[in-house]
Ligand binder design. Structure first.
Ligand code: NAP
Length: 248
């Protein structure tokens, strides 16, 4: 019997990068996966790749997580398609970096609306079904930047610090129903998001990582799956840093 057989996982931002790896890892261990991302092409591609290996395991949903009404509809559609939801992974996230002097209101709002309000929207949409599901789990992908801050990322740091506070409150509110809620704080992971950084900055960052290298998407997927598994039943309201030692 596979670890996630009979389970349904919703992964936002599942179109690429960390979310794509998480969605594929769930399918490889027997779960059915609802892959959500902004664009049809990216969630469709992940779902197609999963279904090529595990026929019928995935479905794609192109929805903007910042759109409250659309996310409430999405919850109904996914429950109608899969029957239940056991695991919600809030991974969709964006950056709009810039020093505060130059940061526009729009850059602030886009990041807060996606990274923080997006998680509020999905938890509101799925909490009722999670409360009735077996081994219910919420995992929020935060960031070490939400713990230590970063010049040029005030919006992103605020969104991820907010997500950590949200995680702990949801953990307390839903503990009575055995829904656990934890945050995972990745350090620097090789994806499209970090590929955008200038080479010089990437080298500087590497120097600040005790383990001396960027992490991989599979490093994050493995810890996410552990937090989602029955083995993690007694862990809730925690922030797990997966960062090569950056924040020790
Ligand atoms: N990479 C890192 O070093 C790192 C470090 C710490 C934390 N994180 C966090 O980990 C998560 C994933 O990062 P990543 O590096 O894998 O990012 P990525 O490669 O840029 O992928 C982001 C994913 O999120 C989706 N997305 C963005 N805005 C969305 C919205 N409004 N509604 C629905 N989906 C949306 C994108 O959809 P499309 O594909 O359709 O565009 C994409 O699938 C983010 O929350 C990020 O903040 C990353």
């Amino acid at each position: 019997m596979q670890r996630f057989e009979g389970k349904v996982a919703v992964v936002t931002g599942g179109g690429r990068g960390i979310g794509g790896a998480i969605a594929k890892a769930f399918a490889a261990e027997g779960a059915k996966v609802a892959v959500v991302s902004r664009s049809e092409s990216s969630c469709g591609k992940t779902a197609e790749e999963i279904n090529a290996e595990y026929p019928g395991a995935a479905k794609a949903y192109a929805v903007d997580v910042a759109d409250h009404a659309a996310v409430q509809e999405l919850g109904k559609t996914i429950v109608a398609d899969f029957g239940t939801v056991n695991i919600l992974v809030n991974n969709a996230g964006v950056t709009r970096d810039g020093l505060l002097m130059r940061m526009k209101e729009e850059d602030w709002m886009t990041v807060l609306d996606t990274n923080l309000k997006g998680a509020f929207n999905t938890v509101k949409s799925f909490m009722r079904v999670l409360m009735k599901a077996e081994d219910p789990r919420i995992i929020n992908i935060a960031s070490v930047i939400g713990l230590i801050g970063n010049a040029g990322q005030a919006n992103y740091a605020a969104s991820k610090a907010g997500l950590i506070g949200f995680t702990k409150s949801v953990a307390r509110e839903l503990a009575g129903r055995k829904v656990t809620c934890n945050a995972l704080a990745p350090g620097f992971i090789t994806t499209d998001m970090t590929d955008e950084l200038p080479e010089k900055l990437r080298e500087e960052v590497k120097g600040s990582i005790p383990l001396g290298e960027f992490g991989s998407v599979s490093d994050i997927a493995k810890v996410t799956l552990f937090l989602a598994s029955p083995d993690a039943r007694y862990i809730t309201g925690q922030v797990v840093a997966v960062d090569g030692g950056m924040t020790m």
